[in-house]
Design a protein around this ligand. Structure first.
Ligand SMILES: [Zn+2]
Ligand SMILES: [Zn+2]
Length: 337
């Protein structure tokens, strides 16, 4: 029998197709040899020596001669600060010039150095860059939300192999984001507690869907997972905004994120994935009812007509089973990219 599960943070429903469910290891790409990536690629605009092929850097870490991380405006930016953020009504429609910022974080000079294979301190460096850019971009009074995300692999929407992520500052709070807050506020008003902290604590107590617990974070596969191996990283310290992450949390998150991505990389053979940092709009940085967190969505299946038509996702994996599989998964010694 299948099961309908509701996500308490969005009220969205998911069908967990228990009978047609695949076992966790069946999601591995079959007969797949992992692609080979060179340490340097002459044709890659993000590799050292090709700095002139990106717009001028907004920030460079580690020195210009031997940079570690570069932040550059996206050459094909979805949003730009060259226009105004003014809104206009045309009949029943509303529009506004595409105001905002769209930056690329080039995570490393090495073409093949993915997060699972970096030193913890280098991963921590990237997370600190995210925090820096969050604070730099939110200074713009027109900016309402800062979205930090990473697309890995073609199936996740990127054609560039070189390890990179994106920071987008938008002049609107999208309805899907607003809805999460409204639901969280309602829960807070009803119970006096933070919905996300309640979810985290319940998952910690029952430990059916948890994968890891560290000093500052827990990692889990959510109850109403929309996708197989959907993974959330939730902080133990309540903060509505990622911008408030402490240095101790950064160090812990670096090690935790690296482990999570390494396990996904090895157990599913380098799956394509999207990673998004969910954080409060910039005007709501110190709220009691929302907890910032990270969602990782491996692209093992694509939403089809049913999902588009109904808004209900069908997940062919049981989060309890995938969590157990990842929890127990031992990364072979010497595993490298
Ligand atoms: Zn490169
Ligand atoms: Zn909380």
């Amino acid at each position: 029998m299948s099961e309908l599960r509701q996500d308490p943070t969005t009220y969205d429903w998911v069908i967990i197709a228990k009978e047609r469910a695949k076992r966790p290891w069946e999601f591995r790409k079959e007969n797949m040899t992992r692609p080979y990536f060179p340490a340097h690629s002459d044709s890659c605009p993000f590799c050292p020596g090709n700095e002139h092929r990106t717009p001028e850097a907004k920030a460079v870490y580690g020195g210009p001669g031997e940079w570690k991380t570069r932040v550059v405006p996206n050459k094909f930016a979805a949003l730009t600060t060259d226009v105004t953020a003014e809104r206009e009504e045309i009949g029943p429609f509303r529009k506004s010039p595409g105001y905002g910022s769209h930056e690329v974080v080039i995570e490393t000079p090495r073409h093949d150095n993915f997060i699972p294979f970096m030193d913890d301190s280098d991963v921590g460096g990237i997370i600190r860059v995210y925090r820096d850019r969050y604070h730099a971009l939110k200074k713009d009074p027109a900016v309402r939300t800062v979205i930090i995300l990473k697309n890995h692999g073609r199936g996740a929407g990127t054609s560039l192999e070189h390890p990179h992520s994106q920071v987008v500052a938008s002049p609107i709070v999208p309805p899907s984001v607003r809805r999460r807050y409204e639901i969280a506020v309602q829960y807070y008003d009803n119970t006096g507690r933070c919905l996300y902290c309640d979810i985290r604590d319940y998952e910690l107590r029952t430990s059916e869907r948890t994968i890891a617990e560290t000093e500052y974070f827990i990692v889990l596969h959510p109850y109403a997972s929309r996708y197989p191996f959907e993974t959330w990283l939730m902080p133990k310290v309540h903060n509505s905004s990622f911008g408030n992450i402490s240095d101790d949390e950064v160090a812990d998150l670096a090690a935790t994120l690296k482990q999570v991505l390494l396990k996904l990389y090895v157990s599913l053979e380098n799956p394509d994935y999207n990673m998004v940092i969910h954080t409060a709009p910039v005007d709501d940085e110190h709220k009691a009812y929302f907890l910032w967190h990270i969602q990782i969505i491996p692209r093992l299946s694509l939403p089809a007509g049913f999902e588009l038509g109904s808004g209900i996702y069908i997940n062919h994996a049981l989060p309890e089973e995938t969590a157990e599989y990842i929890r127990g998964f031992e990364v072979p010694n010497g595993e490298t990219a």
